[in-house]
Write a protein that binds this ligand. Structure first.
Ligand SMILES: [Mg+2]
Length: 391
């Protein structure tokens, strides 16, 4: 039996299982994969992308366990992140973790913060892989390792990419036929055109479908107020109308619609400000905006304590990130959980097996230890980079 280098001995005389102590990271590799959108392209904030570029990180321990994480930014326009930046960041971050115990996640997150200021997207696939390893080592599915599975399923929304009202109506019809009961209409364009888009989708959707109108911060407050005025008779939730906190507050003060903030919720401090100013009824927590599960969980838990509705999701990707999203969403109390997203069903390429099929617009999470998915490593080609520990 190996003894833990932290304890040096088993102080209470309990029998420590072999391998329970002194797990060590011996290898970190990253892989790239292009993920084209099933619908051909995706348009929001008045820009179109044909797909996403995924970066997947594999962390291997001396015990032979492997943990995986993924981040797939939406082009370079949606957030500070882009795939090239993520990959450059991994060259700085990965060497900091070699030889360390992957279960000491907070210590390793601190080490990554010390090595690199900000750059949360680059830290994200590493942090997720650490949680995958931690929960595997604990013998628990990630949802249980995060505190427990609240219910068996999480509701899903489908985003309706910006297009003509007729095309958006057709997209909405397809998603409703597939069983989705929550639709996010992408707005943020000319408010009169956006109002037509919403009217057409709302007429089709009926009362059983919950509608969100997401401008991704692309409107001025004037645009948002015109949209609100033109759509007074429609039941929907307004999401991130403007970019700045002050603009959103101007809209919030006169709006009767529930408000969700997404891009504005980019730090613990931002969440506290949103709460203190009464700026939103809910927040969207994108895992990669917080550098992974460690910080996203902290912000999620505080938002729940603040009484907000919470959506945990990310910016894109396939089964690996969908698994992380599903586990985090299911560890969120049901009465505060809004919905989430099945990104792997948005793209034509699969990066892992073992993810439970989505049915009736609801997603489950694997019930085996860790993330619970098996990456299709043989489809990824050679690694983009490999870092190995010199024993
Ligand atoms: Mg959003």
């Amino acid at each position: 039996m190996r003894l833990c280098h932290h304890l040096g001995y088993d102080p209470l005389g309990f029998k420590i299982a072999p391998g329970a102590c002194c797990m060590k990271i011996v290898r970190i590799a990253a892989y790239g994969l292009e993920l084209p959108f099933k619908e051909g392209s995706y348009r929001c904030r008045n820009r179109t992308e044909p797909g996403q570029t995924s970066t997947m990180v594999e962390i291997t321990t001396d015990e032979g366990l492997t943990g995986w994480g993924e981040v797939a930014p939406l082009g370079a326009f949606y957030s500070e992140a882009f795939a090239g930046g993520v990959r450059a960041g991994l060259h700085v971050l990965a060497p900091e973790l070699l030889g360390e115990d992957p279960r000491e996640i907070h210590k390793l997150v601190h080490a990554m913060d010390g090595a690199m200021f900000g750059q949360m997207d680059a830290k994200t696939p590493i942090d997720i892989a650490l949680w995958d390893l931690f929960s595997q080592a604990a013998g628990l599915p990630l949802a249980e390792a995060l505190g427990g599975r609240c219910g068996a399923e999480v509701m899903l929304y489908r985003s309706i990419s910006q297009d003509s009202p007729d095309v958006m109506e057709a997209t909405a019809r397809r998603h409703i036929d597939e069983g989705y009961q929550r639709l996010q209409v992408k707005v943020g364009d000319d408010p009169r055109t956006d109002a037509e888009r919403l009217e057409q989708v709302a007429a089709l959707a009926g009362p059983d479908v919950v509608l969100y109108c997401d401008a991704n911060g692309a409107w001025t407050s004037q645009d948002a107020l015109r949209f609100l005025d033109a759509t007074r008779g429609i039941d929907y939730i307004l999401e991130q109308p403007c970019a700045s906190h002050e603009e959103n507050l101007r809209v919030r003060r006169v709006s009767t619609k529930p408000m969700v903030l997404d891009e504005s919720c980019d730090s613990l401090e931002a969440l506290v400000r949103i709460h203190n100013d009464g700026a939103a009824d809910g927040v969207t927590i994108k895992i990669s905006r917080f550098g992974g599960i460690t910080r996203a969980r902290r912000v999620r838990d505080l938002a729940v304590d603040f009484g907000m509705m919470v959506t945990v999701e990310c910016v894109g990707g396939a089964e690996i990130i969908s698994a992380a999203i599903a586990h985090m969403s299911l560890s969120t109390p049901e009465e505060r959980r809004a919905h989430t997203v099945d990104f792997h069903n948005w793209v034509t390429v699969s990066n892992a097996g073992g993810f439970p099929p989505v049915a009736n617009g609801r997603m489950r999470a694997p019930e085996v230890p860790g993330l619970g998915v098996t990456p299709h490593r043989d489809r990824f080609g050679g690694p983009l980079m490999v870092f190995e520990h010199d024993a």
